[in-house]
Design a protein around this ligand. Structure first.
Ligand code: IMP
Ligand code: MG
Length: 192
């Protein structure tokens, strides 16, 4: 029989794990309760910003005890590395009508605030009944645009993190926990 090659998860690229799978599960359940309570009567139109919010939204939606419509929006990555450069642009917009709807926008992380403010501006132009935002992580110390989310999973310090949907150059999204990427891996030129 040929020897099977052991394919390790990419945890070895992490300096440390800051949020475990168990912590994520517990917090996502709680967020679902908070969101359900904030919308006592209404159907919610969820807009997830992909790819980052993919895993978080998939788990969170199952904890929201309200009727839901789902759409996704894609925003161009405006960074080639772990620093933010330029301005994000919408590369794939909404496909459902949100006029007079209660919109809940979901993203993985609130960092400089540029991405969410661009998306909220777009949504507001479409005359929704309300817009609220939910992020799993919030790097409060990094804000360049004044923006606060209505629902936050975990505030975190200014460190570049990956896992549970968060990537570096599209890698590491499948890690079940969230951790800090080793500094020497944060800017390899071949990944930029
Ligand atoms: P903002 O526009 O600077 O607020 O950044 C939001 C986007 O930047 C998120 O949707 C992420 O895709 C990305 N981002 C910011 N910080 C991190 C991080 O620490 N790890 C991975 N992606 C990040
Ligand atoms: Mg991203």
């Amino acid at each position: 029989m040929p020897a099977t090659k052991q394919v390790l998860p990419t945890y070895q690229d992490l300096e440390e794990i800051i949020i475990s799978e168990h912590m994520i599960k517990r917090r996502v359940k709680k967020l679902g309760e908070e969101i359900s309570a904030a919308y006592p009567e209404e159907e919610i139109t969820v807009v997830a910003i992909v790819n980052g919010a993919l895993l978080f939204a998939a788990d969170l939606l199952r904890e929201i005890r309200r009727p839901i419509r789902l759409d996704c929006i894609r925003v161009s990555s405006y960074r080639n590395d772990t620093r933010s450069l330029g301005r994000p642009e919408i590369v794939h917009s909404l496909t459902i009508d949100i006029t007079n709807r209660h919109v809940l926008l979901i993203d993985d992380i609130l960092d400089t605030g540029k991405t969410l403010s661009v998306v909220v501006n777009l949504i507001q132009k479409l005359n929704p009944a309300s817009v609220r935002t939910c992020v799993l992580l919030d790097k409060k110390g990094r804000r360049e645009v004044a923006f606060e989310a209505d629902f936050v999973g975990f505030p975190i310090p200014d460190q570049f993190v990956v896992g549970y949907g968060l990537d570096f150059a599209e890698r590491y999204r499948n890690l079940p926990s969230i951790g800090v990427l080793k500094p020497h891996l944060q800017n390899p030129p071949e990944w930029a």
